[in-house]
Structure formats: structure tokens, C-alpha cells
Design a protein around this ligand. Structure first.
Ligand code: NAP
Length: 325
């Protein structure tokens, strides 16, 4: 049996692993079979992670975090959690391979998944012109006209990146002003290949075998028009990945896992949560990393108290209520 299992391998998961490993808790990190490293694996240059003044590529940053966690004794498994039983003192984590792991504590750091527009053509043409990852699929759109949907930092970043390949990139945004930070906005505005399409919502994506265009609805006057293009990159934010814990952990109105104040303690004793899955607001790599730190420290205190008390399962709630650092 393990002391702690960390589910997720983004900045929150790996930072929790670094701290837990340095505290001699020999953490097991369930990194996912196809999404190991989390959202930063889909980004290009990360310019705002402290310590990298020249920027660092997202995948390189994640490789460094993993290396750091493993150096101190974390074990990483490339598999997916298919079910969790956290009702008792011993937590059970079942993987896609069928392997079952047990631990005293679990850190839930599953991050978030790209949000969908939710229109018919989107699902039908996903992978055939509709994409959620510019770094994965941008290459296929060399000299094509494409669009990025969204007005946040992700949309600006993706659009700017995609101008390396595409002949033209529309940024389609539902409002008349952007949500993105000033520096990202300015970079996009200065790019001659980018054209903004304001106050417009995509209501249909056209094409049989591949995307041929979109139907736009003006969000001010309701009028509709078609725009010919061959790719749609959706960058409208992310939703927390809580599918494993519905009905298990309390969630907030924003859909994130509920935690107690500034701690990582969830509604279930011995289960801690960190990163994007608890954060409806900031969702930065560095805040996720900080959140992973909090989780590892909370786990450390929980396990220390558990050890001192020799507490049975039902007493764990009292231990969980102990103040942390
Ligand atoms: P975001 O900031 O939540 O922005 C989402 C954008 O998509 C908003 O402009 C929103 O429109 C639009 N949107 C949401 N739902 C929509 C829908 N159903 N249909 C059409 N448009 C929709 O998400 P994000 O850009 O992914 O950024 C998430 C976090 O990561 C932010 O904190 C951001 O700063 C951070 N981030 C940072 C960097 C960086 O610093 N390099 C890069 C990427 C992301 P409204 O504006 O009208 O709400």
C-alpha cells in the first residue's frame, strides 16, 4: 500500500509529487496514457513561468518537472484512472490496465479539458478540420484559411502560432472586446495574417468530409452569414475534469472540486485536490504548481496525524480538520 497516490501529471500533479517525494512519501503519479504532462503539452513557449526569462517550451517544462519528481523518488505510471473508491481510510484507485492501487491519501489533480462550442458540426468534423490543439494540428493547415474561436489568452496564443502555417487566421469572438491580456492582444493585433471577426458566434460548421466553412451569427443584430475556411480551432476555455468524482467529492457552482478555504482538503477525508480542477479563476501553470505544493503539505500533515493517532477510517475526518501550515 502507498502513502499517497497523485492523479494527474500537470504542474499541480508534478509539483505535489516533488514535495511529497522530498518528504519521503514515495508518491505514485498516475500520469494518464495519452495526456501525460497535461495542458502545457499542447502549448508552445511559456513566457511567464518564473525562472525561465528566455521562455521555455511547454513540453520541456513538463519534462523537467517530471524529472525533478522522479529524482526524489516519485514513480510515474502512464495509465488512466477508471474508478476511485475513497469512502474508507484506505483509498482504492483502479487503472485502465486493471491494476488496483491502494493508498492512505489521494491528490486529485486532473486539470481541465478544452471546452466545446456544443454545435452539431463540431463533433462530426472533429479531427477533420475542427481542432482543440494548434500545436498538434497546425501543421495540417499550411497555406489554408482558418479560424480560431475565442477572445482569451489561449485564442490569441493559438492564432499567433497558427500564422506560421496558415495564409490567414480569423479570430472569431462573440463580443466586441477581448478578454486576453494586453501583451497577447497586441501581438495578435500586430500580426498581418490575423483578422478579427467581432460580435460573432459560430452557429454551424459546414462540410461533409472536411470543414469548408462556418455560419456566423452577429451577436448584436442576429444576422447570419457564411465564412469560407478549412479549419476551426476552438479556444474558448477549459472545464475542470471532475468526471471521476461526481457524487464522490463536493463540487462548487463553477463545477470545480470544492476545497476547504485555502487548503487542498476536499469534502472527503484523505482526498486532496489541486490545480485547475479546483480553480475557476486563475488557471496558470505557476498557480497550479503552488496549489500542488499546498496539496503535498496537506497530505504530509494528514499522514503525520494519521500515524500519531493510529486512527481508524471514521476518525479521519477529525484529523482532516487539523490546521495545516
Ligand atoms: P478564458 O480566459 O476563459 O477565455 C475564454 C474565451 O472564450 C473568452 O473570450 C470567452 O468569451 C470565449 N468563450 C467562452 N465560451 C464560449 C462559447 N461557448 N462560445 C464562444 N466563445 C466562448 O480561457 P483561455 O483563453 O483558455 O484562458 C484560460 C486561462 O489560461 C486564463 O487565465 C489565461 O490567462 C491563461 N492562459 C495564459 C496564457 C499565457 O499567459 N501565455 C496562454 C493561454 C491561457 P467572453 O470573453 O465573452 O467571456
Amino acid at each position: 500500500m502507498r502513502q499517497v497516490i497523485i492523479i494527474g501529471s500537470g504542474p499541480a500533479g508534478y509539483t505535489a509529487a516533488i514535495y511529497a517525494a522530498r518528504a519521503n512519501l514515495s508518491p505514485l503519479v498516475i500520469a494518464s496514457s495519452v495526456e501525460a504532462g497535461g495542458e502545457l503539452m499542447n502549448t508552445t513557449e511559456v513566457e511567464n513561468f518564473p525562472g525561465f526569462p528566455e521562455a521555455i517550451m511547454g513540453p520541456d517544462l513538463m519534462a523537467k518537472m517530471q524529472e525533478q519528481a522522479e529524482r526524489f523518488g516519485a514513480e510515474v505510471v502512464y495509465d488512466d484512472v477508471v474508478s476511485l473508491d475513497v469512502s474508507g481510510a484506505v483509498k482504492t484507485v483502479t487503472l485502465g490496465s486493471g491494476k488496483v492501487h491502494e493508498a492512505d491519501a489521494v491528490v486529485y489533480a486532473t486539470g481541465s479539458a478544452p471546452r466545446k462550442i456544443g454545435i452539431e458540426g463540431e463533433a462530426r468534423l472533429s479531427g477533420r478540420g475542427v481542432s482543440y490543439c494548434a500545436t498538434c494540428d497546425g501543421f495540417f493547415f499550411r497555406d489554408r484559411v482558418i479560424a480560431v474561436v475565442g477572445g482569451g489568452d489561449s485564442a490569441m496564443e493559438e492564432a499567433t502560432f497558427l500564422t506560421k502555417f496558415a495564409s490567414k487566421v480569423y479570430i472569431i469572438h462573440r463580443r466586441g472586446e477581448l478578454r486576453a491580456s494586453k501583451i497577447m492582444q497586441q501581438r495578435a493585433e500586430r500580426n498581418e495574417k490575423i483578422e478579427f471577426v467581432w460580435n460573432s458566434a459560430i452557429v454551424d460548421i459546414l462540410g461533409e468530409e472536411a470543414v469548408t466553412g462556418v455560419v456566423l451569427e452577429d451577436t448584436v443584430d442576429g444576422s447570419r452569414r457564411e465564412l469560407a475556411l478549412s479549419g476551426v480551432f476552438v479556444a474558448i476555455g477549459n472545464d475542470p475534469r471532475t468526471h471521476l468524482v461526481h457524487g464522490v467529492l463536493d463540487l462548487t457552482d463553477a463545477g470545480t472540486v470544492w476545497v476547504d478555504g485555502r487548503s487542498s482538503r476536499t469534502s472527503v477525508p484523505g482526498v486532496f485536490a489541486a490545480g485547475d480542477v479546483i480553480d475557476p479563476t486563475y488557471r496558470q501553470a505557476v498557480t497550479a504548481a503552488g496549489s500542488g505544493t499546498v496539496a503535498a503539505l496537506d497530505v504530509e500533515h494528514y499522514l503525520a496525524a494519521l500515524g500519531e493517532a493510529g486512527a481508524p477510517a471514521d476518525d479521519a475526518s477529525e484529523i482532516d480538520a487539523l490546521p495545516t501550515v
